[in-house]
Structure formats: C-alpha cells, structure tokens
Design a protein. Structure first.
Length: 266
C-alpha cells in the first residue's frame, strides 16, 4: 500500500526514457523498502501495540510474541547494511527512517499518542523522505516539491487508516488524529486533504495535459468509493470498519500504482 510512493520517486527521475533508469539500483531499493523496512516497521509496531482487534491488514491479528521483536530487529539491521552498500547516504536515510518509525511505537517515546505530531511525522517520512532518498540515489538530486506532494497524499489519507481502530487506541491511551477528530471529522479532514493533494498534483502536471487527464481518470474510482463510503458512514457510523478501510486503501494503492508505473513508461 506504500508502493505508489516508490514508483512516484522513480517516475520523476530526469532520465530521457525508462531504459535509461538505473534499474539495478532501483530493484535493490524496492526490495529494501518493501521486503525489509516496511515489514520490520509493521512488526515492531505490532509488538509494542499488542493489538487484539483489527489492525493494519489483519482482521484478526495473532498475539505478538518476543519473536516478532527479534524478526523486526533482524530485518532492520539487514536493511541498513544493504542500503549502505547501495549508497552510503541512502543507508543513512534508511537508518533515520527506521529510528523515526520506532519512535512512533516505542513505549518510552510513543509518538503515536500525540495526534498532530504523529500525523505530521508519518506523512513526512512515509512520503517525502522516501522520495528524497530514492530520488537522490537515481539522480543525485533533491526532489523537494515532489516529495512534499507525496506527503500531501499521505496526510490526507492517513487518518482514514485509523478510523476503525478507535477502541484499540483508547485502551492504550493513544489519541490518534482520527480519534481526536471523530468519525465525521476524519472524513471532513480527508476531503480537505484530498482537495489540496489533487490541486497540487494538477498544478504539477499542468504542462502535460495528457498526463493530467490520465491522473484524474485513474483516480476517479478512488474518489467515487471514498464519497460512497463517507455517505454510508455518516448515516451509519458502523460503516467506519476494517473492511471498508481496507477496500479504500487497496483501491487507492492500486490506482496510484497503475498511474505512477504507467508514468515511468509514458
């Protein structure tokens, strides 16, 4: 579900054609993020949360044991070593990402219990930070605007990923942004966020009308489902559940992956 951020980073590289992209580095970075860093982050978070109800992609999560903690450490350690081998600055970027990710869940820091700080940090590091790290390895360039655009998407959608976890978060004393806003407030916040993200990407693609049209056409199903879900939930708050949240996540990730991967070969 975080894969669109990576493909966005690859798609903005300044290579003339997709054949000019350094695919060996691209493949290694893809594996580091998606098979090591993200799974380790999820495992580490699950170990400290000890969730009993639906969380992440699991409707009925198994009990988190100490083994999960060891696996998270092994994956993170492997990710850092591999990332350093790709590029020492990429290794530094991955290490910082891992530290911030752990601060989100670690019980002595627990950024998760601060609604606006956790929202800001998660959106920045899962979005812009990944784009900046990947973009620098491919181009030796710092894609400031492109990174912030990716964070805009995540800042808009992130509270929706928390909307079905209110009871779990309350038990632990974690005041997430969605819990702070409430169900209605979460949807209103997401609408405003998606509007800003849509305007931002539209301005960015304005010089290429075909690409701009493709962006809006590809995301049309996401907008349609979001409005349908919001309407159902405002009538019946029980619709703010795990299954609908996962449908929204999977649909948006699929559409964005199609667009950004298509943009690479445009």
């Amino acid at each position: 579900m975080l894969m669109p951020i990576f493909w966005w980073a690859v798609s903005i590289s300044t290579h003339k054609t997709w054949l000019d992209i350094h695919w060996w580095h691209t493949a290694q970075m893809f594996l580091i993020w998606h098979l090591l860093v993200y799974p380790a982050s999820h495992a580490y978070n699950s170990y400290f949360d000890k969730d009993e109800e639906s969380i992440g992609g699991l409707e009925k999560p198994p009990l988190a044991t100490k083994d999960l903690y060891y696996v998270a450490n092994f994956l993170d350690f492997t990710a850092i070593l591999w990332a350093i081998w790709v590029h020492y600055l990429f290794g530094l970027g991955v290490a910082v990402y891992i530290l911030v990710s752990r601060a989100y869940s670690y019980d002595k820091i627990r950024l998760k219990k601060y609604p606006f700080l956790s929202w800001l940090v998660v959106g920045l590091f899962q979005g812009a930070w990944v784009v900046w790290c990947v973009g620098y390895v491919l181009d030796s360039k710092f894609y400031l605007i492109e990174g912030l655009l990716s964070s805009l998407m995540l800042w808009a959608s992130y509270p929706l990923t928390q909307i079905y976890q209110h009871s779990e978060d309350k038990k632990r004393g974690d005041i997430t942004l969605s819990l702070f806003l409430g169900i209605r407030g979460t949807f209103l916040f997401a609408i405003i966020g998606f509007l800003f993200a849509g305007i931002g990407f539209s301005v960015y693609f304005f010089g290429d009308m075909m690409l701009l049209m493709a962006f809006h056409i590809t995301l049309f199903p996401v907008v349609g489902f979001f409005l349908f879900w919001a309407n159902k939930t405002l009538k019946n708050p029980k619709e703010a559940n795990f299954k609908n949240a996962m449908r929204m996540n999977i649909l948006s990730a699929t559409c964005l992956n199609i667009f950004f991967m298509g943009k690479i070969f445009w």
